[in-house]
Design a protein around this ligand. Structure first.
Ligand code: SF4
Ligand code: SF4
Length: 184
C-alpha cells in the first residue's frame, strides 16, 4: 500500500477499515502484541484520516530539521557521515552540533531566502514524504504547516474503546481536526 497516496484521499474504504478494525480487536483480545497493534494502527488510521491543505512555502520543515533514515535518527556525526557515503543527496544537509559529535539538528543548503527548494526535483525521499511521514510517525502535523489532518468520509461509528482513544488523541493534538469531533 502506498500510504502517501491513500492519505491524500478523502474517501476511505469500508472493506479495508473493517479488516483492520477487527484485526485490532482480535489482537487486543488474544495476542495482545504491542508491535502488531502499532502495525495495525498505521493502516487503520489511514482509513480514518486524510491529509488536506497545501504547502504554503513557510520553509518550516526545511529548517532546524532532524534527519531519520530507515528508522535511524542521524543524531551523531558518525551516523551522518556513513549515510553521506551511501547517498550523495545528503551532502546538502549541514549538521548543527549540540556538543562534540552529537547533532542537534540540520540546516539545508537548498532552501532559498524565499523558502523555496532550489532542488525540488532532486530532493531526498524524506522531503518528498513530508508531512505524511510525520503523521504516520507522530500522529501529528505541526500547526505551522499548510497541511492538516481531516477525517475521511463515511467513517463508521467506532465503539472499540482503545481505537476511539487513539482517534481522540489525534483530534486533541491537531487543532484543525477538532472541528470534526462531533461526527465520530
Ligand atoms: S512546513 Fe508545511 S507549509 Fe511549510 S514548507 Fe513545509 S510542507 Fe510547506
Ligand atoms: S532539499 Fe529542499 S525540500 Fe528538502 S529540506 Fe532542503 S530545501 Fe527543504
Amino acid at each position: 500500500m502506498n500510504f502517501q497516496d491513500y492519505l491524500k484521499s478523502s474517501k476511505g474504504s469500508i472493506v479495508s477499515f473493517y479488516f483492520w478494525y477487527f484485526l485490532h480487536i482480535i489482537n487486543e483480545k488474544t495476542l495482545k502484541n504491542n508491535n502488531f497493534e502499532s502495525y495495525i494502527w498505521e493502516f487503520l488510521k489511514c482509513d480514518i484520516f486524510y491529509i488536506a491543505g497545501k504547502c504554503q512555502t513557510s520553509g518550516n520543515c526545511c529548517k532546524n530539521l532532524m534527519l531519520v533514515k530507515n528508522g535511524i535518527t542521524l543524531n551523531t556525526k558518525e551516523k551522518f557521515e556513513k549515510i553521506k557515503t551511501k547517498d550523495k543527496k545528503y551532502n546538502r544537509f549541514v549538521p548543527n552540533y549540540l556538543s562534540g559529535t552529537k547533532i542537534k539538528n540540520f540546516s539545508c543548503t537548498c532552501i532559498t531566502p524565499q523558502n523555496i527548494c532550489s532542488d525540488y526535483q532532486g530532493r531526498p525521499k524524506l522531503c518528498r514524504s513530508y508531512p505524511f511521514s510525520i503523521f504516520l510517525k507522530d500522529d501529528k502535523i505541526p500547526n505551522t504547516c499548510g497541511y492538516y489532518i481531516n477525517i475521511k468520509t463515511k467513517v463508521p461509528k467506532i465503539k472499540n474503546k482503545s481505537i476511539s482513544n487513539k482517534i481522540d488523541h489525534i483530534i486533541n493534538n491537531n487543532d484543525r481536526c477538532r472541528i470534526l469531533e462531533e461526527e465520530l
